[in-house]
Design a protein around this ligand. Structure first.
Ligand code: ME8
Length: 502
């Protein structure tokens, strides 16, 4: 049975548990959550997967350095990633750990499928390995002999390993790319990968000797070797939906619609993973969506560079919704963006407090004063164009542009107040005009609340509550349809949505 068209399966990378999460991890997870919530608005049933990548050299060393056994160590850190999900208000439906049995069984089955195709062989190898990336490098890709991401010298690894015949898939993947120009999104990322295919893919080592690395999934049939952490990790996307353990569930959800990640691991997802899937006889995911880096002073934030910003701290000071909003209002999703508290505070004051918060407070206060605290008589309005543009941007992960459009609308509503001056109209006895203006404001705010719900789920509910709109599982249709606020509905005195920062 093919996957149902109303099923949407979306994944984040599974994060390494060598240290606590930072805002880079939060960024990807929130972006995925925004899309998951948007797809639900469209009426889709969403499977939203995240999780932790718990094997490999890097984790084994971090556990040793902490003086803990590996399992105990990964248990502790994995919990902080789960907690981050709660704190960020992520609507994830599944959290996979690569130390779970459903995963280790599925990964072993995947290995056997690729081996059954004749794509796995053993050979002696020596190469330069960056433990932070968990990746071999060739010298030409190491400026000044250093890993381009972690700025440290790789280590020389020499041993006999299993290899995956990635080279055999160069042409098939190139053909797939040529037939699917939107397989990797945005298109500049597709082009980068297509260029690598022109140069050709080389076979990759997919295991480590147990003597060197004990913390991993045993290679089926050879307990003296463990799986290379990337071969193990990539399979999480299928093992989480039942590959090797629950066929029915697998058929319901695979292929994934989107794998989301930042650019440094695009290659693993766009080239190695499709080859692995082809080898195992499993269909390819719909799309690989790649975003830029959150930087601090222009450098990628990473555990090994030690320039991490703690998301728990930001959220406890500024609130979850503010953080979620800021990340996508300030920075363009595909590109790198520098994170700064000063800019976050500026956005809070100008966009949230001043534009949106004030609009809600002023509109409801006027309706309480001039319309008996009730929704006035309905008026015709037409802003379908605003929401059509919003929809188009959201579909393309253009979150900044989607929010820009919403804020243009919010500013237009504020200007309507300044232009119409309902308090003067009221004094002049022009009650119909007061009602008409207020209905446009309140109904516009109701729609705005739905449009911001993927970004600021709590603020959205507070706005709808203040407007007396009791339908809290809104759909996109109820955003675009004008006139769902019924006249006579009772308004609630709103609490300031965005109180002054202290
Ligand atoms: O690579 N800016 O795990 P990881 C934006 N376990 N996003 C960032 C970021 C930053 N500064 N830092 C991290 C791994 N991220 C592997 C993945 S998947 C089968 C295995 C986000 O803990 C971004 O999504 O290093 C990036 O690709 C991912 O975290 C890397 O997380």
């Amino acid at each position: 049975m093919p996957k149902k068209s109303d099923h949407y399966y979306l994944t984040t990378p599974i994060y390494y548990v060598n240290a606590a999460p930072h805002i880079g991890h939060a960024y990807t997870s929130i972006a995925a959550d925004v899309m998951a919530r948007f797809q639900r608005l469209l009426g889709k049933q969403v499977n939203f997967l995240t999780g932790t990548d718990e094997h490999g050299q890097k984790i084994q060393r971090a556990a040793e350095a902490a003086g803990k056994n590996s399992q105990e160590f990964v248990d502790e850190i994995s919990v902080t990633f789960r907690k981050l999900g709660d704190v960020l208000n992520l609507s994830t439906t599944d959290f996979i750990r690569t130390t779970e049995e459903r995963h280790t069984r599925g990964a072993a089955k995947f290995w056997e499928a690729a081996a059954g195709r004749g794509d796995i062989y053993k050979k002696k190898y020596e190469g330069l390995y960056c433990v932070s990336c968990e990746q071999f490098y060739v010298e030409k890709d190491l400026p000044e002999g250093l890993c381009p991401i972690h700025k440290k010298a790789p280590e020389l690894f020499q041993e006999e390993n299993y290899f995956f015949r990635l080279s055999a898939y160069t042409e098939k993947i190139a053909e797939y790319f040529d037939a699917h120009h939107d397989f990797v999104f945005p298109h500049n990322r597709w082009k980068e990968m297509r260029q690598i295919l022109v140069e050709g893919l080389e076979d990759v080592s997919i295991s480590r000797s147990r003597e060197k690395l004990s913390w991993g999934i045993p290679v089926p049939g050879d307990p003296m070797q463990v799986m290379y952490v990337w071969f193990d990790a990539l399979t999480n996307y299928v093992t989480a939906v039942g590959y090797g353990t629950n066929e029915k569930f697998f058929d319901d959800w695979w292929p994934a619609d989107v794998h989301l990640m930042a650019k440094e691991i695009n290659r693993f997802h766009s080239l190695l993973w499709p080859a692995m899937l082809m080898s195992a006889g499993v269909s390819l995911p719909g799309k690989i969506v790649v975003h830029g880096w959150l930087t601090v002073d222009g450098e990628k934030m990473s555990k090994s560079l030690g320039n991490m910003v703690d998301p728990f701290e930001i959220v406890s000071r500024y609130g979850t919704d503010t953080f979620r909003f800021f990340l996508f209002r300030e920075m363009s999703f595909g590109s790198d963006g520098d994170f700064s508290i000063a800019k976050l505070e500026q956005r809070y004051t100008s966009d949230l407090q001043h534009d949106l918060g004030n609009l809600l407070m002023r509109s409801i206060a006027m309706a309480i004063k001039f319309c008996d605290g009730k929704i006035p008589q309905q008026t015709v309005g037409d802003n379908t164009e605003v929401w059509a543009r919003y929809h188009a941007h959201m579909e393309k992960w253009e979150f900044q542009q989607a929010l820009e459009g919403v804020w243009e609308y919010v500013r237009a509503l504020n200007q309507l107040i300044d232009r119409e001056k309902p308090w003067t109209l009221y004094k002049e006895g022009k009650f119909e005009e007061v009602n008409a203006t207020l209905y446009i404001l309140l109904e516009g705010l109701r729609q705005t609340a739905i449009a911001i719900s993927p970004f600021m789920p709590d603020a959205s509910v507070s706005m709808l509550t203040a407007l007396g709109f009791e339908y809290f599982d809104p759909k996109f249709d109820s955003l675009t349809e004008w006139g769902l606020l019924k006249s006579g509905g009772v308004l609630a005195e709103p609490h300031p949505l965005f109180p002054p920062l202290i």
